[in-house]
Design a protein around this ligand. Structure first.
Ligand SMILES: [Zn+2]
Length: 318
């Protein structure tokens, strides 16, 4: 613990000594002649100078369940990244290297290990491990009463095939990143059910609501919150008209219960482009859009992606 703290402190202290040394050498200490503090020079290495810091920046530093952890590096050298030993793909865009880690609703709280390696052009490898603490989110509980006839749509014979098609589409992985800047809200609506609510339907086993419900009148436009490719656009019995967008590098979004589709599978969409209309098709108790966001197949809060700071989105461009 102490040695880690000392190691963390040593870089800023060295930098401070360097700055002070430079200041006193060139300008002199206040009230004294130039060079009065030249004995401090022993603290600074003569040559070569200290290499610039290469450690990537984490956002947020201590994520909560449902967040997405961004690892952003603006330093030269190829970045490789692993979360609890599992390799995470790194995107390169506009001089920025970035990896995204989806912290699921039921991700283990407490200490996780994030490992990065930076490989310089001359083959030098720098490795670093950091402990990232995942904080608990107090998910609210919702008791849902549903008509038996509506509930039967969850288990009708084709339900499993529809679920499988949605799951496969949300796990799409494309090596190019298509999204740029913070995500838009796909429709104007009241947030009727938040992300992560623990639902107990008709007294059954609880399950997490892995998306946000935006309640709006039938026919309200639904737009692509960011650029992407249509991975799925189909009419399902359980979910109504359904769209999955692939935003690249393991980031996908899902839209359920729509009354109209405005896109076809394989089509490229721009940020703000119409993709469908709000409805209440499939298992729904009123007109709303169910919106989910997945990071490498992990469902995370989509609203988190509408509030990304420029430090994360700044360098992302196609
Ligand atoms: Zn929903």
């Amino acid at each position: 613990m102490l040695s880690t703290a000392l190691r963390r402190l040593s870089a800023p202290i060295c930098s401070l000594i360097l700055v002070l040394t430079a200041w006193f050498t060139f300008f002199g200490a206040p009230g004294r002649g130039p060079g009065a503090y030249s004995t401090l020079a022993f603290a600074a290495p003569a040559s070569p100078p200290l290499a610039p810091a290469v450690a990537p920046v984490l956002y947020p530093a201590s994520p909560s369940q449902g967040d997405t952890l961004f690892v952003v590096s603006r330093a030269p050298g190829e970045l490789r990244c692993a979360w609890d030993g599992r390799s995470i793909p790194v995107m390169v865009s506009g001089g920025v290297q970035m990896a995204t880690i989806g912290i699921g609703v039921d991700e283990r709280t407490g200490a996780h290990t994030l490992t990065f390696k930076t490989i310089s052009a001359d083959g030098t490898v720098r490795s670093e491990s950091r402990t990232v603490t995942v904080r608990r989110t107090a998910w609210p509980v919702q008791y849902l009463k549903m008509k038996r006839s509506t509930e039967r749509l969850y288990t009708f014979p084709g339900a499993k095939a529809e679920d499988a098609a949605v799951t496969t589409a949300t796990r799409t992985f494309s090596p190019a990143t298509l999204w740029q800047g913070p995500f838009l809200l796909p429709t104007n609506g009241r947030r009727s059910t938040p992300f992560g609510v623990k639902r107990i339907r008709n007294g059954r086993k609880p399950y997490y609501h892995r998306g946000v419900d935006l309640a709006a009148p039938t026919g309200t436009p639904v737009v692509a919150p960011n650029a992407g490719k249509v991975a799925l656009a189909r009419v399902f019995k359980k979910y109504g008209k359904t769209v999955v967008l692939d935003h690249g590098l393991g980031v996908t979004t899902l839209y359920l219960h729509m009354s109209a589709l405005a896109v076809r599978e394989g089509e490229t969409v721009q940020r703000g482009q119409l993709i469908g209309k709000v409805g209440m098709e499939g298992v729904a108790t009123g007109p709303h859009l169910h919106w989910s966001l997945y990071v490498h197949g992990n469902s995370v809060s989509p609203l988190f992606w509408t509030r990304l700071p420029a430090s994360v989105t700044g360098g992302v461009r196609t």
